[in-house]
Design a protein around this ligand. Structure first.
Ligand code: PEP
Length: 250
């Protein structure tokens, strides 16, 4: 089963219009040889999606949002719908990032509703799961991630969905799990996706690793079985580092 690797950048709450130069540079560096090997997307703040779509249009670089509301529209001040992200030029949206689960109390049920909204709007959801340090230390990492997969993936989701395994303790800390732990978790995640969606679909779902991916460790992390790409935070803010990570697939 061949899955097209996906390298996705999550800019979080960073980026002003001046940062569009980085997206332009990423688009320019995303050449045919790399395009043949991996898909590249950037998820800037929502304010930059429409201008980024213009800046990136000639390079084949895709765009995504970082969150969406479950509803299509309505009285939800300050929120943004999946349809709006799509209209602005996004083709993906991250849902259930641990920062949203922690800062905004997003439960698995909420994440699942957001993933369903993304699919309704024609966006591909990148559904994030991952254990905290305390949960790993207590030996609960697999159990926690298994439950998040069960609760956060819509039962009828198509095989195009993306799941990102992001251990919370590895995000922005410079720490990463051992390659053996990554291999164990990704194999387990694929099993749980199969239990949720069925075998045919599970084999096609891409499972990204996220958490302190850098140019220096990208190659070894991307080389682990069942790792189908990366979700990159801090190192996706500059074209230089992001493209050096994507180069793992050259
Ligand atoms: C993230 O926020 O999704 C992430 C993986 O961050 P970082 O790469 O900075 O650890």
């Amino acid at each position: 089963m061949t899955r097209r690797p996906l390298v996705a950048g999550n800019w979080k709450m960073n980026g002003l219009r001046a940062s569009l130069a980085e997206i332009k540079a990423m688009g320019a560096a995303y050449d045919e040889a790399l395009r043949a090997r991996a898909e590249l997307i950037v998820c800037p703040p929502a304010t930059l999606i429409a201008p980024a779509a213009e800046a990136a249009s000639r390079g084949g670089l895709g765009l995504g949002g970082q969150n969406c509301h479950a509803a299509e529209n309505g009285a939800h001040t300050g929120d943004i719908s999946a349809e709006m992200l799509k209209d602005a030029g996004a083709s993906y949206v991250i849902v259930g990032h641990s920062e949203r689960r922690a800062d905004h109390g997003e439960t698995d049920a909420i994440v699942q509703a957001k993933a369903a909204a993304a699919l309704r709007a024609g966006l591909t959801p990148i559904i994030c799961v991952g254990e905290t340090r305390a949960e790993r230390e207590a030996g609960d990492a697999l159990g926690v991630v298994g439950e998040q997969i069960e609760g956060s993936l819509p039962a009828d989701a198509p095989e195009q969905i993306v799941v990102a395994y992001e251990p919370v303790w590895a995000i922005g800390t410079g720490l990463t799990p051992t390659l053996a732990d990554v291999a164990q978790m990704h194999a387990f995640a694929r099993e749980r996706i199969e239990a949720r969606l069925g075998r045919g679909k599970s084999a096609t779902v891409r499972i990204l690793y996220g958490g302190s991916v850098k140019p220096a460790n990208a190659r070894e992390l991307m080389g682990v079985a069942n790792v189908d790409g990366a979700l990159v935070g801090g190192a996706s803010l500059t074209a230089k580092d992001f493209m050096a990570i994507a180069a793992a697939y050259r």
